[in-house]
Design a binder for this molecule. Structure first.
Ligand SMILES: [Zn+2]
Length: 200
C-alpha cells in the first residue's frame, strides 16, 4: 500500500487531487453556497468569543485589578510591559497569537521576575508619560515611538527605502503592496513622501 509511507501518501493524494480538480472545485462551490450564512457567522462569533475567553484568562492570571490603584473594571484594563518591549513583541504576534503569548508570560512570572503587569488605562498613560519626560531630559530627540518602532507598523525603515528604490526601478504599486503585505494606498503614500518623510 502506498498509503502507509508518508512520502508516497502525499504523492498519491496530490495526483488524485490533480485528476479530480473539476470535481473538487464544484464540490467546494456547492458547499459554500449551501452554508454561506452559517460559515461566516460562526467564524466571526467564534473569533470574538475566543478573544474574550483569552482576555478573561489573562486578566485573572494578572490579578484582575490595576496594580497601582486597584481599579477593577476590565473594560479599562491594559497590559504594561515592564521592560518596555511591548512594541517588539507586538510585531512578532498578531491578535490571538499575541494574547496567547501574554498568557504564557503571565504564567511564567509566578516563578521569575514579572515582565508584564495589569494597569488601568489612567495608570498606564501616566507610566509612559513619565518615560517620555525622562527621555526628553536626557536629550534624546527620538523619544516618540514613530514609524517602525510602533508596534502596529508592518514596515520598518529599511523596507521603506527598499520600496522607494524598487518603485524607481519599475516595480508596480500593486506588486509592491502584495510583496510587503500592505495596501496600495500605503505604498503610494510612501512613494510620494506623504508618510515616512524623515526616511531618506
Ligand atoms: Zn490604575
Amino acid at each position: 500500500m502506498p498509503l502507509k509511507d508518508k512520502k508516497n501518501r502525499k504523492i498519491y493524494y496530490n495526483s488524485w487531487r490533480e485528476k479530480n480538480k473539476e470535481y473538487l472545485r464544484e464540490y467546494a462551490r456547492e458547499y459554500q453556497k449551501k452554508n454561506r450564512k452559517r460559515l461566516s457567522n460562526n467564524a466571526i462569533i467564534s473569533h470574538r468569543e475566543q478573544l474574550k475567553k483569552l482576555k478573561e484568562e489573562l486578566y485573572l492570571l494578572l490579578g484582575n485589578k490595576c496594580v497601582r490603584c486597584g481599579f477593577s473594571d476590565f473594560r479599562a484594563f491594559q497590559v504594561h510591559h515592564i521592560n518596555r518591549n511591548g512594541g517588539k513583541t507586538r510585531k512578532k504576534f498578531r491578535n490571538i497569537e499575541y494574547l496567547k503569548y501574554l498568557i504564557i508570560e503571565a504564567k511564567k512570572q509566578i516563578k521569575n521576575k514579572p515582565s508584564i503587569e495589569l494597569l488601568c488605562s489612567n495608570c498606564h498613560a501616566i507610566e509612559h508619560y513619565d518615560d517620555r519626560i525622562k527621555l526628553m531630559k536626557r536629550g534624546q530627540k527620538d523619544f516618540k515611538n514613530r514609524g517602525g518602532k510602533s508596534g502596529r507598523s508592518k514596515l520598518i525603515e529599511d523596507d521603506v527605502r527598499e520600496i522607494r528604490k524598487k518603485f524607481n526601478n519599475g516595480y508596480s504599486i500593486q506588486g509592491l503592496a502584495k510583496e510587503y503585505g500592505v495596501g496600495r494606498l500605503c505604498i503610494r503614500n510612501i512613494i510620494c513622501y506623504r508618510t515616512w518623510k524623515r526616511v531618506e
